[in-house]
Design a protein around this ligand. Structure first.
Ligand SMILES: Nc1ncnc2c1ncn2[C@@H]1O[C@H](COP(=O)(O)OP(=O)(O)OP(=O)(O)O)[C@@H](O)[C@H]1O
Ligand SMILES: [Mg+2]
Length: 296
């Protein structure tokens, strides 16, 4: 496949990066399509930020290459269609968010969409104040608005919601989903598994610089089609042995691939259960299951 014909938002192959004795990233391949959100997960020091910065063209890989909509990472053509929020926020102290956002929008040559971003990231009270003295979360919200202000085709977000309150996290998730639904491509790192689950279609789990698991969320769910049933029992009653249910405080729970059959038998046995809820496994448990399956 020639580079020019490659329409992927990101196409990276064999990315590697070493810092002295540390092999930060080792032979990572990654593809992101337009209209796709990819989440990079992994412990501290796994290599997520280093990977993102190579994809953005900020750091040169020791090996491997990346194209952004067919353009080499870091090229003027690639940078013109990308927005980004780095892991640490550094904004010019003496300017207001309105000035910073306006200059950035002008640089990208895009129509101003500042009003929309102000309400999405709740910047109403901050927009005309100088950035000096902003709290960590306030700076972060401005940085998030900056990532989207150039009407980018692809957005890189490194831990975008670290330090944000719950309402701002929710605002971010809505913005990200709307952006992807309109065909935008997005790659994000986060230690909030719930956020990755809410925003991303695909995940890549990275450890010691290597991809240890990658896949679309829906196919992982189909592969490990397990639900968690949670219920209460009255007055210290205990569920029967066949259910293999576990305690979680006052509640009981079990995980099963056939919740219909379990529920049918609970009714047949006339169990006095209360407040039964059924929900798919959380992303963390889902990934643990799949990894266990793969290593057993
Ligand atoms: N400029 C650098 N110089 C030396 N070592 C570096 C440099 N940048 C990253 N590293 C090392 O490379 C490894 C990967 O770092 P990276 O920042 O990519 O991890 P991360 O997955 O983003 O972690 P976190 O979740 O803490 O943000 C770490 O061991 C880190 O110490
Ligand atoms: Mg990082």
């Amino acid at each position: 496949m020639s580079i020019e014909k490659n329409n992927n938002a990101i196409c990276a192959t064999g990315l590697s990066k070493r810092f002295g004795k540390v092999q930060a990233v080792s032979n990572i391949d990654l593809t992101v399509a337009p209209g796709e959100a990819v989440g990079l997960l992994g412990p501290n020091g796994a290599g997520k930020s280093t990977t993102l910065s190579m994809l953005m063209g900020l750091q040169r890989p020791d090996a491997g290459q990346t194209t952004i909509f067919g353009h080499p990472a870091g090229s003027v053509a690639a940078r013109a269609i990308c927005g980004a929020t780095p892991q640490s926020t550094d904004l010019p102290d003496q300017l207001s968010p309105r000035e910073i956002l306006s200059y950035t929008a002008m640089r990208y040559g895009t129509p101003l969409m500042i009003d929309q971003l102000v309400s999405r990231f709740r910047l109403e009270k901050l927009i005309d104040r100088r950035v000096a003295g902003f709290s960590g979360g306030e700076l972060r919200r401005v940085a998030l608005a900056l990532a989207f202000v150039g009407d980018p085709k692809l957005v890189f977000l490194d831990e975008p919601t670290t330090g944000l309150d719950a309402a701002s996290q929710e605002g971010f998730q809505e913005t990200a989903r709307a952006y992807v639904a309109q065909g935008g491509a997005l790659i994000l790192t986060s230690h909030h598994w719930d956020e990755i689950e809410a925003v991303c279609d695909t995940i890549a789990l990275i450890d010691h610089g290597q991809t240890v698991l990658t896949g679309r969320m829906d196919s992982m769910r189909a592969r490990a089609n397990i639900n968690r049933m949670t219920f209460g029992m009255p007055d210290g009653a205990v569920p029967p042995e066949w259910m293999q249910a576990h305690h979680d405080g006052q509640l009981w729970f079990l995980e099963t691939a056939d919740s219909d059959a379990v529920l049918r038998r609970m009714v047949e046995d006339a169990l006095p259960f209360q407040g039964l809820t059924l929900e798919p496994l959380k992303l963390k448990d889902l990934i643990d299951r799949i990894r266990q399956e793969e290593t057993s």
